[in-house]
Design a protein around this ligand. Structure first.
Ligand SMILES: N=c1c2ncn([C@@H]3O[C@H](COP(=O)(O)OP(=O)(O)OP(=O)(O)O)[C@@H](O)[C@H]3O)c2ncn1[C@@H]1O[C@H](COP(=O)(O)O)[C@@H](O)[C@H]1O
Length: 100
């Protein structure tokens, strides 16, 4: 991923990378390992639980850098779950848009 990617496109590029990993399952890819994990969907569900707890703890400790890092882990794992369930980022956007 380009380091100067405009912020609005980061999530699209990350989600496209996740979908590509799901499709091609390259060796050495952490994302691919979540799609092929022996625990199945539970592997990413457990990571979501862990990252949620770590995000909450970072907020409680008022550790801003840590909060951002854990939030990024959380969002990444949420996007992997959506891809696993054959949902898309556009589906998520549509859900959020309906609430305006
Ligand atoms: N955004 C992420 C991302 N965020 C978090 N993680 C991984 O999520 C895991 C977080 O787990 P932990 O914090 O518990 O750390 P850990 O103890 O090393 O993890 P475990 O051994 O418990 O699984 C780490 O292995 C991180 O590397 C990510 N892995 C990949 N991405 C993106 O996905 C792209 C593709 O990555 P690969 O699939 O690895 O090629 C990358 O270019 C990134 O853009």
């Amino acid at each position: 991923m380009e380091s100067d990617t405009p912020p609005a496109e980061v999530l699209d590029e990350l989600f496209a990378t996740i979908e590509e990993r799901k499709e091609t399952l390259p060796e050495g890819s952490y994302t691919a390992s979540l799609f092929t994990h022996e625990k199945g969907e539970n592997a990413v569900l457990e990571k979501l639980g862990e990252e949620t707890t770590e995000t909450i703890l970072a907020a409680k400790d008022e550790e801003e850098e840590e909060l951002l890092a854990e939030s990024a882990d959380l969002v990444y794992h949420l996007l992997v779950l959506l891809a696993m369930e054959d949902a898309t980022l556009d589906d998520l956007r549509a859900e959020l848009r309906e609430r305006f």
